[in-house]
Structure formats: C-alpha cells, structure tokens
Design a binder for this molecule. Sequence first.
Ligand code: XMP
Ligand code: MG
Length: 181
Amino acid sequence: MKRVTLHDKEFQVFIPHDEIQTIVKQVADEINGDFSALDEVVFLSVLNGSFMFTSDLVKNIDFSCEVSFVKLSSYQGTTTTGTVSELIGLSSSLKGKCVVVVEDIVDTGITLEKLYALISAHEPSRICVATFFFKPESYGKHIKIDYIGKSIPNDFVVGYGLDYDELGRNLKDVYKLVVEK
Ligand code: XMP
Ligand code: MG
C-alpha cells in the first residue's frame, strides 16, 4: 500500500484517484438530476480544502452555473462572544439564487453551521450542501447534507485538497493516518 510521510506522521492510501473520480461523477449526476440552468445555481466552494473537489465536480455539471470561492475566517470578537466568523472573498450576489455549498469534509458540522448562517444573510432562494467526505459518527448538527461523496469513520484523512498542517493538499489520492499497533 502506497505510503507518504507528512511532517511527523505516516499515511497510507485510502481512496485512489480513480475511485475519487467515480465518486465525484456520482455526486455530479445527482446534482444534474436536481437542477437546470433555470435555477440560477452558484457552486460556492469553501477554501482551502475543497479546491480539488470543486474543480472536478463542476467539470461534470451539465447545466450553466456560477462557481465562486469563499473562505471562512475567524477572529476574536471585541465583546465576550469569543470567536466570530466571517465569510470572505464572496465576489457575486447570492440573492435569489440556489447556492450549492461545496465542502471537502463535514466532521462535527460546526464549520457548516457557521457558513450556513453567513450565507443565509445573503438571501439566496435555497442552500444545498455537497461534501466529498462526511463523518456521520461526529456530525452533531441538524443541517441536511444533500450530496455526500463518501461517508467515512472518524479517521483523519489527507490529500485531494485536505491537509495535515498544510501539507498533503496536492496529493491526487486520499490517504489515512497509519495507526501504529
Ligand atoms: P467540522 O465539521 O468539525 O470540520 O467543523 C471542520 C474542518 O475540520 C477539518 N477536518 C479535517 N481535515 N482531515 C483533514 O485534513 C480530516 O480528516 C478532517 N476532519 C475535519 C476540515 O478542514 C473541516 O473543514
Ligand atoms: Mg474545510
């Protein structure tokens, strides 16, 4: 099994590139069945992790759509509210449009919940969520995940956009942490 070392940790191949492409095609086919150009769809890619998934996904979308990129940044609030989230980089209006949030991975759902609230403020007609990976054992929120590439256990995965301390994003396969016995 192919292995890679990132920083101090070793990872082994979990999902090879070919299988990733099959998964992406399935997600795209589902979305193609649900929307048309009349819906005014904006694919909203959440950087950094989802850049590869977004790129492959939208190449398989067969209706005319927008593709936009955002980042969720956190900063310390000035009041006692603690960390505040902010949506940065949004370059087009979402008002009245169908937003398909494109995520690399939904784990606890904390990030998604923040995103959802920030996107809602832009008054889209509808918000859907597409994620490559979903960790059902960790997910603790009520937001519906409309399109799931693959549900996985609570293993730490890297590659295909996902990083371990900023390394591994460029890998075309997905790897999981090798747990030494
Ligand atoms: P949640 O849903 O818990 O996810 O808010 C927040 C972010 O955590 C990262 N994440 C991972 N990153 N491998 C990674 O490289 C993983 O297995 C993993 N699980 C969670 C990811 O940035 C996600 O957006
Ligand atoms: Mg992410």
